[in-house]
Write a new protein. Structure first.
Length: 315
């Protein structure tokens, strides 16, 4: 565990705004960034994505294709306003359904996913190149990309500034970065009660509009556009039905599937039909409607939002 300063203002903070699972989220009084301090080391953070901690989510990511494809179509419609049918790399690719949809629309697709189950699924079942090692200059034999995309990954970065510099380095000239993240650093504390959990210590940083622009400016990007969506209705529904969440899970053992996928076999341990799965699939599609359709009409300052940000490599 290590005490850290704000990555922008280089100052410690005594203002604790979030406490969860024994971790403290501190808010910088100057720029508003929220960060865990003290926090796990980089090696301990990596273990979160190479253990049962994430393996247990693999079935969920792989099994709910429809809602993920719907979201992929929405994001790709934004991306295609800037670039079409070029190379795209997704960081934290999950089950790979965004890449699958991008491939169908003519993009040359690649993924990085640290969870071995999902990476194997992307490589062997979707037949899309996917690596498990974090992004570096040698990723995909040094290839550079026209577009790099990530969804709800920013808060997991141990060193966001360094990671965005690496992203910049892996983009071709005039390449674009597209990413989606929440605005928790801008959310008024009275709305914190609507969050079922903040997922500490998986999430290390929470940004807002001001700190996102700082991050882009310091790492060689020019901000182009943002699409904001209110999450307030979806958070209310989530909290209302949280008690039902566990009862709707299929009791599927993952141990055999983990062993198979790590050795290269596709991940197929998913029930073809289940009433519980059907209900959960409907809920996920309904969540998309609440956030990206209803939420696009009512984004309000100080309320929980998710945003899709587009930036261009400027240096």
């Amino acid at each position: 565990m290590e005490d850290i300063k704000c990555i922008f203002c280089k100052k410690f903070s005594n203002q604790i705004v979030i406490e969860e699972n024994g971790f403290k989220g501190r808010k910088c009084s100057l720029c508003g960034l929220i960060f865990i301090s003290p926090r796990p080391s980089y090696s301990e953070t990596l273990k979160l994505y190479t253990s049962d901690h994430t393996h247990k989510y693999a079935e969920s990511h792989i099994g709910f294709k429809k809602s993920k494809i719907i979201h992929a179509k929405h994001t790709l419609a934004i991306i295609k306003r800037f670039k079409e049918r070029e190379s795209i790399l997704e960081l934290g690719a999950g089950a790979g359904y965004f890449l699958l949809e991008a491939k169908k629309e003519g993009f040359e697709v690649f993924g990085i996913e640290p969870d071995q189950i999902q990476a194997s699924f992307i490589n062997n079942t979707l037949e899309i190149p996917c690596e498990v090692v974090p992004l570096n200059e040698n990723s995909f034999d040094g290839k550079k990309f026209d577009i790099i995309y990530h969804h709800n990954v920013l808060s997991h970065f141990h060193d966001p500034i360094n990671e965005f510099k690496k992203i910049n380095n892996k983009l071709r000239n005039n390449g674009i970065l597209v990413f989606e993240t929440g605005n928790i650093a801008d959310v008024k504390e009275k709305y914190y009660k609507y969050f079922a959990e903040f997922c500490y210590p998986d999430h290390l940083f929470f940004f807002g509009e001001n700190t996102l622009k700082k991050l882009l400016e310091q790492t060689g990007f020019k901000f182009l556009n943002t699409h904001k969506y209110s999450m307030i209705f979806n958070l209310l529904i989530q909290k209302l039905f949280r008690s039902l969440k566990d009862s709707l899970k299929d009791k599927t053992e993952l141990s055999e599937s983990i062993e198979n996928t790590v050795t290269g076999e596709p991940y197929f341990n998913i029930k073809k039909f289940s009433i519980k799965r059907l209900i959960r699939s409907f809920y996920r599609c309904f969540s998309y409607f609440l956030i990206y359709k209803v939420g696009s009409l009512i984004p309000k300052k100080g309320q929980p939002q998710t945003a899709i940000i587009v930036a261009r490599k400027s240096q």
